[in-house]
Design a protein around this ligand. Structure first.
Ligand code: FES
Length: 262
């Protein structure tokens, strides 16, 4: 039996939508930006070079765990000593899986790539709706596990941000434009990660009475506030992580040098 907009219980309306506003702007913009990001991230992940310029390690390559990591970039050792491909390919699955299965991103790419539906009150082109019960969309249900991995990655990126306060000789007390870019990036990454719906459940879920858990209630209130702006932080952190990576690329290729504040 047909489901979705062709279901027999739905009103018989010939037009795809009765909306007269420019509803198509949001899915079109999402499609363009996501596609651009995927193309850029794929290129950077596979290129396997120009990801480290002392003291900055690109967030796409952090932590660098492969035997092929350039000197100075493997702060956590090289447990994947045998790995000769790009080191980013070991680690990117975690932030990528986190974003791909994120509730907000799901809404965004279901609308802009699947057109399912393209917007509220606009008919989708598909005759059937199967939800997230089949491969590959059923994998989105492991989002909470990607959340745990994303927290670890965010901790590593925080460590990288601390290291960004060194100069080329390893002396502390340095601050350059790269340090600032890393700082903004890590704030946005944490705002996005802690605003996750799974985080909200971890912090405040399974409780009968908040009154008996004041600390968890306070944490849940904070996380809920971030959760309200989750979509905004999803976009901003996507931009900031790409900007941080591109900045390292420019430094590593010698295209620019890092302006120093002190
Ligand atoms: Fe968006 Fe978890 S819901 S990161």
């Amino acid at each position: 039996m047909s489901t979705g907009v062709r279901s027999p219980s739905r009103a018989r309306i010939e037009q795809k939508t009765l909306r007269q506003d420019r509803w198509w702007i949001y899915p079109t913009a999402t499609f363009v930006v996501f596609t651009a990001f995927v193309v850029y991230a794929t290129w950077r992940a596979f290129v396997g070079e120009f990801y480290y310029s002392t003291p900055y390690l690109s967030p796409f390559y952090s932590p660098c765990l492969a035997g092929s990591c350039v000197e100075g970039s493997a702060d956590f050792g090289t447990p994947f000593e045998f790995w000769r491909l790009s080191p980013a390919l070991i680690i990117l699955i975690f932030p990528l899986g986190f974003r791909m299965s994120c509730y907000y991103y799901r809404k965004a790419y279901y609308r802009s790539f699947w057109l399912s539906p393209p917007a509220c009150g606009v008919a989708e082109p598909h005759g059937k709706y199967t939800g997230e019960r089949r491969f590959p969309l059923i994998l989105n249900n492991i989002h909470r596990y990607f959340f745990y991995a994303a927290v670890l990655v965010a901790l590593v990126l925080s460590f990288d941000t601390v290291l960004a306060f060194r100069d080329e000789d390893g002396e502390w007390g340095h601050m350059g434009l790269g340090t600032l870019i890393f700082l903004v990036n890590i704030v946005l990454i944490w705002a996005y990660t802690l605003g996750c719906h799974s985080c909200r459940h971890v912090v405040g879920g399974r409780l009968r009475h908040f009154s008996k858990h004041p600390m968890r209630y306070r944490a849940w209130t904070l996380v809920s506030r971030l959760n309200t702006d989750h979509a905004r932080y999803a976009w901003l952190s996507l931009f900031s992580v790409a900007i941080a990576d591109f900045y390292v690329y420019l430094l590593a290729t010698g295209t620019i040098s890092d302006p120093r504040f002190f």
